[in-house]
Design a protein around this ligand. Structure first.
Ligand code: FAD
Length: 323
């Protein structure tokens, strides 16, 4: 059966986040040949609608208002609920990002429907759409299907392949006027803490440092390797607790959950709480002095050695290959 599916496009500083394109791809699978409508919400939306079409959306709806300049669950839910009422979709897809995690339960409860969050795969089985999601901090996976008429899911970034961009594809981009009532939360200013560079939650390559990095300066060789590979630097809580780096870099159960193509763990022991945030990475390389370190149990490639010797050698070699 075909379905009409609504997909939320997420923007950061005017640019669409990758998870938006992954959501279109997920939306296509759920729609099963039906229409995929992308929704963009913000103060000013420009070429992003066109990009959503080029990545596979059939139609784009935009909601623009000054009160939507910054994300608030209050403002965004007013915009989304109006569109959902207007379009009556049979499927809704958000990214399982900070924004999606905050907004999706609110929308689900307002619509009085269920939500399957943090999905990593979609398949069709005996006519049902079945969703896979990690449970118990990534130690197991469960498969779920929605018994309600509306399917609502959030997708974990970096797991569902986006469709390839077709620059010749065109489609309707329609502006929807929504009267945003007074917001209960007003964002006066956004103070950026994280450093510039690749967004950790969407990075394809992550070089993560643990307590074994030993100091703030110890992260410098990791940053150099990340720069050569076009990746981002992450950390264990051990490194954050020791004040070697900012908590915004923390990966794990109480930090960010990441699924890059390549995860290089440097001086990280591999505590279960850390594995919860990275064990689904496609290729894991561990560098640790201790051959018994637990991180080697999840690693595809293990290097027993001093990270301060191994990491610069890797950087040099990748630089040579790329030259
Ligand atoms: P350590 O365990 O101290 O390991 C350091 C490693 O570095 C060792 O294996 C050592 O052999 C190696 N090493 C030392 N020097 C070198 C060198 N020169 N070269 C190579 N290797 C070297 N942790 C997280 O990471 N993320 C979380 O989200 C998280 N959430 C938690 C939630 C709760 C409720 C609790 C209780 C804990 C949580 N933790 C989390 C903490 C977790 O249990 C571990 O304490 C932490 O992950 C350890 O960090 P680490 O591996 O960097 O440090």
């Amino acid at each position: 059966m075909t379905k009409k599916v609504l997909v939320l496009g997420e923007m950061r500083e005017g640019s669409l986040r990758n998870v938006s394109f992954e959501a279109i791809s997920a939306g296509k699978q759920i729609a099963n040949g039906g229409e995929v409508i992308a929704v963009l919400v913000g103060e000013k939306i420009d070429g992003q609608g066109k990009e959503m079409i080029q990545f596979g959306a059939d139609r784009v709806l935009t909601v623009e208002a000054e009160k939507l300049k910054h994300y608030t669950s209050d403002g965004y839910s007013q915009a989304l609920l109006k569109i959902i009422e207007q379009e009556n979709p049979e499927g809704i897809v958000f990214g399982h990002t900070a924004l999606g995690k905050d907004l999706s339960p609110k929308i689900a409860s307002k619509l009085n429907i269920g939500l399957i969050s943090d999905i990593t795969a979609i398949e069709e089985k005996d006519g049902d759409i079945v969703f896979t999601r990690p449970i118990f901090s990534g130690k197991a996976f469960e498969k779920k299907k929605m018994v309600e008429s509306t399917i609502f899911v959030t997708i974990r970034p970096n797991n569902i392949e986006p469709l390839s961009k077709d620059e010749t594809k065109t489609g309707e981009i329609q502006s929807v006027s929504v009267e945003i009532k007074d917001l209960r939360t007003i964002i006066k200013e956004v103070v950026k803490k994280a450093s510039e560079g690749v967004d950790l939650s969407e990075a394809k390559v992550i070089i993560a440092g643990g307590r074994g990095v030993k100091s703030t300066e110890g992260f410098e060789p990791l940053q150099e390797l990340a720069d050569v590979l076009g990746g981002a630097v992450g950390a264990s809580r051990g490194a954050c607790d020791a004040d070697y780096c900012d908590y915004s870099l923390q990966i794990g159960q109480t930090g960010k959950v990441v699924t890059p193509d390549l995860y290089i763990a440097c001086g990280i022991s591999g505590a279960i709480q850390h594995l919860a945030g990275m064990s689904n990475s496609k290729v894991i390389v561990a560098i640790n002095k201790d051959p018994e370190a637990n991180i080697f149990n999840v690693a595809d490639y293990g290097i027993v050695g001093d990270l301060f010797e191994v990491v610069p050698l890797l950087t040099e070699e990748f630089r040579r290959i790329k030259a």
